[in-house]
Ligand binder design. Sequence first.
Ligand code: GTP
Ligand code: MG
Length: 370
Amino acid sequence: PEAITVQELANRMAERGADVIKALMKMGVMATINQTIDADTAELIIGEFGHTVRRVSAADVELGLEGEADIDDHLLPRPPVVTIMGHVDHGKTSLLDALRQTDVAAHEAGGITQHIGAYQVTLPSSKKITFIDTPGHAAFTEMRARGANVTDIVVLVVAGDDGIMPQTVEAIHHAKAAKVPILVAINKMDKPDANANRVRQELLSHELVTEEMGGDVLTVEVSAKTKMNLDKLEEALLLQAEILDLKANPDRSAVGAVVEAKMERGRGSVATLLVQKGTLKVGDIFVAGAEWGRVRALLDDRGRNIDSAGPAMPVEVLGLQGTPQAGDVFVVVESEARAREITEFRAHREREKQAAAGARSTLEQMFSKI
Ligand code: GTP
Ligand code: MG
């Protein structure tokens, strides 16, 4: 069951802790300021104080901590964040490489993606698309599921000579669960045995009805090898992005997600962050999951030093005190003291969570003040 400390509940309602304790006593619940109460009790208390209960995602709760909502007239168009998903060896990395005109796959150990990478592609029209690559191994299903949460559009890569495979189906499930539109790239069309219509037929049995079959799922026949139709794929993505009307406020402190994080010899903790709102700048103090840091350096997807990163931009960040986890929310805060306060709260909450055997590992539902 979900729970919240009395202190946290008081903070969210902007009420005094003592008043919340009193209200609890009236209900026959004896609790100290640091004790946790269950969600149902908290809901009653919130009603008691005349506030409205809103159940939100864990990410929203974290953002709500800063109480910053985006103001409509500050919203500006932002690039789409596209996650590439699909079965092992169907050509996800090759396709990204072709799109980037670089050759990451050739440098990967054994040609298999070992991490989630994030890149931004600037098109000749100067429009940008942010891509997130995901590993093809079943063992990394969880990472992939997280990838879908920061994603606006999923590109499902299906090898035209191989068709729908188990991890293609998994990817479809992830995309559907995340309620993200799916665009199908039928890859390896340069191969003589590639058959795009067979792929479209197979998609039908997973409730993906392509345009050719009277539905609304776009398919683009591509080849990462010959670079065939990559421009069509990009056009289709931009069109989809336009329909989604993606906007974010760049003029606020940054909020986003950790795409990957690791400890690197000589560099310390290094995280790839995807900025979702606001602009992240060198010198900013931020919290990422249970860790915090001060941005010492920002690097773009090609390792170049930059001063700031706006919405939908993936960046590598140096200056973390510890290593957060992929999928963690990051948020810029006003001071080191605030950063410590939040991370201590989260560390405490993490210990409590681990102590509660069998408890769900994610805080899907929490309370926030309206
Ligand atoms: P994982 O990351 O391991 O899941 O694989 P992936 O989906 O990223 O596939 P990757 O890009 O590593 O490509 C797998 C193999 O397919 C490589 O040998 C590529 O050279 C080959 N390949 C990818 N795209 C094409 C294509 O369009 N045509 C042909 N002929 N081969 C391709
Ligand atoms: Mg790959």
